[in-house]
Write a protein that binds this ligand. Structure first.
Ligand SMILES: *[C@@H]1O[C@H](CO)[C@@H](O)[C@H](O)[C@H]1NC(C)=O
Length: 281
């Protein structure tokens, strides 16, 4: 139970929830994610291999201070750490939050200045509706907040998250192609919606909409639309959205990572013109 917290926001005590609604789109999302994982494994020469529970880890981020990778354990509904040292790397589950039991864990982001992890939760397939953002202390793994993002009757598929330097979190909705904004204390501050996010109408071009997202140190968000292959620059203050022209295709682009302020990696399924990893300048 979650006593005394606002309706859509909960503290460490947790929240009652009510998963609902079903839809087929999530199957496509899953198929895409699974295929992406396979593509990654096949081309992972020089990467880190390890044995772990479950066959699908949706997202992985490097925690520099902790010297480890943190990976979401999709069906485990939590997070595992992977330390690469001598010999074979090992996976250790660090987050398995009872409040999110039965959900799946998707995108995550390390909010390094606050030493905390942001984690996106969604409904377990084939349901499609529940959307939440959790925050956990990177040392003790104590839950700092769990905020519900969906509203009743809305079909959503929350996917990835990025944090700005003030600790605001931006969560993409791959179903509705919008971005939830959550404040540093877990309050849902608003939703960034813009017709520009949908460059081509129709389900075929919007099966998986806004997906990977990163915050650029110059004060803007970069976000990829998976089915359309479109790439956007979003000013979180003014909420204006601009299409970024990219040479080559970003179709099936999934996760994003900034290597430096001028170099970006786009992970995802290969398309006709590229492999599963694409690098942008
Ligand atoms: C959407 O973004 C455009 C800029 O591309 C801006 O002019 C417009 O006001 C935005 N719409 C909304 C609803 O914020």
């Amino acid at each position: 139970m979650c006593g005394g917290c606002r309706r859509r926001q909960c503290g460490p005590d947790g929240t009652p929830d009510g998963g609902r609604r079903g839809c087929g789109t999530v199957i496509a999302v899953l198929a895409l994610a699974a295929a992406a994982a396979v593509a990654f494994l096949e081309s992972a020469a020089g990467g880190i291999s390890y044995a772990g529970d479950g066959w699908l880890h949706e997202c992985a981020k490097w925690d520099a201070e902790g010297g480890r990778f943190l990976a979401s354990t999709f069906f485990g509904g939590g997070v595992a750490e992977v330390r690469a040292g001598e010999g074979e790397a090992e996976e250790r589950v660090v987050v398995a939050d009872p409040v999110a039991a039965g959900r799946v864990a998707l995108g995550l982001a390390v909010d390094a200045p606050r030493r905390r992890l942001l984690l996106v939760y969604a409904d377990r397939p084939p349901r499609l509706g529940y959307a939440a953002l959790g925050a956990y202390d990177l040392g003790s793994w104590r839950r700092l907040f769990l905020t519900r993002l969906d509203v009743p009757g809305e079909s959503t598929f929350p996917d990835d998250v990025a944090a700005d330097e003030e600790g605001n979190a931006y969560v993409t909705d791959a179903k509705g192609s919008k971005i939830w904004k959550v404040g540093p204390d877990g309050a849902l501050l608003g939703v960034i919606k813009n017709a520009t996010f949908v460059q081509r109408p129709g389900l075929r071009h919007n099966l998986v909409g806004l997906n990977g997202i990163v915050y650029h140190p110059n004060g803007y968000l970069l976000v990829v639309h998976t089915s359309g292959g479109d790439f956007f620059k979003v000013d979180p203050k003014t909420e204006t959205v601009r299409v970024v022209k990219v040479r080559g295709s970003l179709r099936r682009g999934d996760g994003l990572e900034l290597l430096s302020p001028t170099r970006l990696v786009v992970a995802g399924l290969p398309n006709r013109s590229t492999g599963s990893g694409r690098r942008l300048r």
